[in-house]
Structures are given as C-alpha cells and as structure tokens.
Design a protein around this ligand. Structure first.
Ligand SMILES: [Zn+2]
Length: 548
C-alpha cells in the first residue's frame, strides 16, 4: 500500500527528528531485535494448504525464494493461547488448563476475557521472571510478556523533554491514518453487506449484522491498528514486538478451520506480514529478525447442542450423572463487557495503558458467545462445578481443594468416568492416579504411564502422552477433564462453534515457526517453553544473539 508507506514515511521523519533532538537513541551496533507475528489458531496443516493454494503469496515467496524455513512445532496441552504465551514468553510450564477454568484453592473461576484475570495469572505464574518482551510492545496478546509499550510508543521515553511534543505528534499521524483507512474499508464492507441483503435477504439476515460488526471491528480496525502500531514501534527501534493477528482464529471458530472465509482471512494477514517485513528491511541498522508462528491449530467441530437436541453439555452432565436432590444452581456468569471497555478507556486516558489492547481484545472476545447465541458455560450443583471451555469440559469436586485422584472419585461415584467416556459427544476422559494420568475412552480405562492407550496408532503418540501428563499435573485442571475430540460422531465442542481448540487432535497440536534461513530455531520444537531461552537471548547483548 503506497499510501501506508507515505504515512509511515512522514511518521518516520518525525521519529528521526525526535531521535536527533534527544540524541543517544541510536541503535546499538550488532544488536538484533525481535519481531514475532502470531497467526492465532493456524495449524501447520492449514498453513500448508494455504501456501499450496496461493492464499498466502508473500509467505510462500519468502519460503520458496528467500530460503525461509517452516519449523514444525508441537504446542502441548491445552492447545490454547494463554498456555502457549505463558510458556513462550516466560519459559514456565503453566497452570493454565484452558481458556476458562476453576481454581479450587482460591474458589474462583478464571476466564481470560474477563478484565483482570489475565493480569492476575501473569503476575502469579511468571513469578518475577524476565519476559521476552521486556521494554518492548505486545498487541492482541493475552499476556504482556514484560512489554511496557502499547500503541503509544512514547510511553517508554525516559527523559521527557521538548521532544515529547514531537513524539506526541507522531502517534496521532498513525492513528488518523488508521481511522481514515479503516473507515473506507468499513464503508466498502457495509456496501457489500447491503448488496448481499438485496440479493438474498433471508440468508443474509440469518448470518446477522452482529457478525458483520465483529468482522469489521476485528479484521479491519484491529488488524490495521496492530500493523501500523507495530510499524511505528519498528521505526522507533523497540527491542521486541509481539503482534497477534486474531482474524483467522475468530473466523475459524465461527465457520471451521478450512472454510473459505477463514482461509480468506489469511490473505489479509499475509498482507500485514509483508508490510512489516518490508519495514524491517528498510531498517537494517536495527537488525530485526521476523518470526511468524502459531500458538495452536483448530479442529473442525460439531456443537454439542446440535447432537443433544439443543441441551447444553453441563445440563446433560447434571441431569444424567449428578441428579439433583435439591435445587442449588449458580451461573452461567454474565460478562460485564461494557463496564470493562469503559475502564479500558479510562486507563488509556490516564496514560497507563499497557493492557489497553488486551482489554479491547477481551471486550471483542466477550462478544463471541453472544454472537454465536450462547452464554459461557459454568454451572454448579451440590458441590460439583462443571465448566465447558470449548472441546474441553472440567468437572470439579469442590469440597476438597487438592485435585481428586481417580480412586477417590470412584469411591464417591462408582463408574462415573467410564460412563462419561461412553456418553454421546464425549471422546476422552482424563483423571489422575498415583501412577500418572489415566484415560477413559469408549468405556475402556488405560493407564497412560505404561501405554499410549487410545493414541497408540498416532505417529506423535509419545508427545501426546507427555502433553496429557503436563495437563493433568496442573492443579487447576478439573478432577475429570473431558474432551469432545474424537467423539463417536467426530470432534465435538461443548460451546457453539464450528472450529475449536484446547484438545489433543493433530490439527490442534501441530503448528509451526516460519523463520529466516539464518535463524537457529531449536529443533525439534516439542514445547513452547523451548522458545523462551531462544527469544530471551534477544534481550542480551550482541554476543548472545541467536541468529547468525
Ligand atoms: Zn481461539
């Protein structure tokens, strides 16, 4: 986009001027800088399809002509953004069993889109470790990774002087451009929607204007904002930037991972990558290394309610496995989205806004279950709490704060795990035992300590079993962890979505890191914690940098 270049050129000029006025902001020779572009939710399988079909022409070109390599990555369990980012940004094996779960010790639910939950988890689990984005910026991420910066790069200026004004001018140039460009694209999308409505009113009405609003909001405004904000950070020489493009994941949840609409979203992300790559090339003095990676894939799923005549999974669990003696029910918990947006804007105005984008992203995410006609599932009855988080559901026995091993569960409810694993719409049921995790599949129990059980036929069986070990070692994972993956009718999600993740299917677990030929990405990449020392070495001086 030549106009983008013009705006960025103007911005760069202002930035240069700032650098000159302030002095001493020149790049350190030999130091490399880190730029991570995450394509949320893209499995290696779908990446390969998109490359082969020419849907990501830029990425294909750097792979075919510039020698960039696709490094396979196994992301572990749960195959979900918060677990991945905690591992990659801080190098810890986290206690994050899903996107939504319960902490029995604190007696509270953790639901990442809810304001404050991500920050609390990050503080507790990063435990003072150095994040890979220290002094840098993050966009659209669950955690900050130690980033101090968000859209307004001048937040990191250490000595506020007269140049602060110049810096303050630079950001509005970008903001104004994003607003103008996004407004134009929005108008085009609205025009298209109107034309579709005229052509096929019934179908278009069913598809809904809410979806259009989310689509325009997320894939136009947010993507543009992220790309230009990142571009701005690159021109300013930010030490590390991590930008997470959410478009594909969102469309894939709604329509399925290989739906043409989901694949079309990849084209727009490919354009953004191209734009950032060109800026990196223009700034050789800063030595940016660009990595394109994905945090997890998605499995094509059938919503459970479709199989169960509209009944929600937790409803079925309570009705059939924990019939009530009295009536005592809590939940589902209602989101407080509007309030959160307001507080996000307030934080933004007060100039302490590192979490602003997270909040904005959270606000959008809150809309998904609403768009899909469903509220988040969390119900409790007589000391048992069930949380449906996607293709995974957790059953917690609340009267004990420690995880309950399978023999204790058996003593309370004989045959429960076995019966659950035979229930319609259920694939695996995992539990803990003194000898390691146990798995129930189609009513058959196997100890994963000694055999790969139902995973025996998979080439990645050993990795899957070790990922289940990790998952069941998390104190916050349910006493029973239920997956709709590999259920008899195919993959099933316990919320209303056509694409889902968190589970052990190959499409969810196998992703990639695309890196320049000089990068020495650790191999084999069997857990995102391996990325931590590699990315963290960018924080060190030139002699420690990983790239040749
Ligand atoms: Zn997702």
């Amino acid at each position: 986009m030549p106009l983008d270049d013009l705006v960025l050129g103007l911005q760069r000029f202002v930035d240069r001027l700032i650098r000159r006025v302030r002095r001493g902001r020149a790049p350190i020779p030999g130091r490399r800088r880190l730029l991570v572009v995450q394509i949320d939710g893209l499995s290696r399988g779908v990446l390969e399809q998109a490359l082969a079909e020419g849907r990501m022409p830029f990425l294909r070109r750097v792979i075919e002509r510039a020698g960039w390599r696709v490094h396979p990555m196994f992301v572990g369990l749960p195959s979900s953004t918060p677990a991945f980012q905690m591992a990659a940004m801080y190098g810890v094996r986290p206690d994050i069993p899903g996107f939504h779960y319960h902490d029995k010790r604190a007696r509270e639910d953790i639901y990442f889109p809810r304001g404050g939950d991500a920050a609390r988890v990050e503080r507790a689990q990063a435990a003072g470790r150095r994040g890979i984005l220290e002094g840098g910026a993050s966009y659209g991420c669950v955690f900050t990774g130690g980033a101090v910066e968000n859209f307004f790069t001048f937040a990191i200026m250490k000595r506020p002087t007269g140049s602060g004004l110049l810096a303050a001018l630079s950001a509005p140039i970008v903001l104004a451009w994003v607003a103008l460009k996004s407004t134009l694209i929005t108008l085009v999308e609205l025009l298209r929607a109107v034309l579709r409505l005229i052509a096929d009113p019934v179908a278009e009405w069913r598809r809904g204007w809410k979806w259009l609003a989310i689509k325009v909001g997320l894939s136009v405004w947010v993507r543009e904002l992220f790309t230009l904000a990142t571009a701005r950070d690159l021109y300013a020489g930010s030490p590390a930037v991590y930008v997470n493009y959410l478009d594909y994941d969102v469309v894939s949840h709604a329509y399925g991972p290989r739906h043409p609409r989901a694949l079309r979203a990849l084209r727009r992300v490919d354009d953004a990558i191209k734009q950032l790559w060109r800026i990196c090339r223009r700034l050789p003095e800063y030595g940016y290394d660009l990595y394109v990676l994905s945090d997890h894939g998605q499995a094509h799923t059938t919503p459970f309610a479709e199989l169960a005549g509209g009944r929600a999974f937790e409803r079925v669990i309570f009705d059939e496995f924990f019939p009530s003696q009295g009536v005592e029910e809590i939940g589902p918990q209602h989101p407080r989205g509007r309030h959160r947006l307001a507080s996000g804007i307030k934080a933004f105005r007060m100039g302490r806004a590192p979490a602003f984008f997270q909040r904005f992203f959270n606000y959008l995410e809150d809309g998904f279950p609403w768009v899909l006609g469903e509220l988040k599932e969390a119900r409790e009855r007589e000391g048992v709490r069930v949380i449906c988080a996607g293709p995974n559901a957790f059953v917690y026995f609340l009267d004990e704060t420690a995880p309950l091993p399978i023999d204790r569960i058996e003593a309370r409810s004989p045959g429960l795990a076995e019966a659950l694993s035979r229930a319609p719409g259920v694939g695996y049921v995992f539990a803990r035992s003194a000898g390691g995790p146990v798995c129930f599949f189609r009513g058959k129990r196997s100890s994963l300590a000694s055999e790969p059980g139902p995973f025996a036929d998979r080439p990645d069986a050993a990795l899957v079993v070790s990922a289940i070990h990790d998952l069941m070692a998390m104190p916050s994972a349910g006493d029973l962890v239920i997956y709709g993956i590999d259920a008899p009718p195919g993959h099933v999600s316990y919320i209303a979505e056509a694409g889902a993740h968190a589970g052990p299917s190959p499409e969810e677990l196998h992703t990639f890191v695309v890196a320049p030929p000089t990068a020495r990405v650790p191999e084999p990449l069997n857990h995102p914690t391996q990325l931590y020392p590699y990315f963290a070495s960018y924080l060190e001086g030139p002699e420690r940098r990983p790239a040749a």
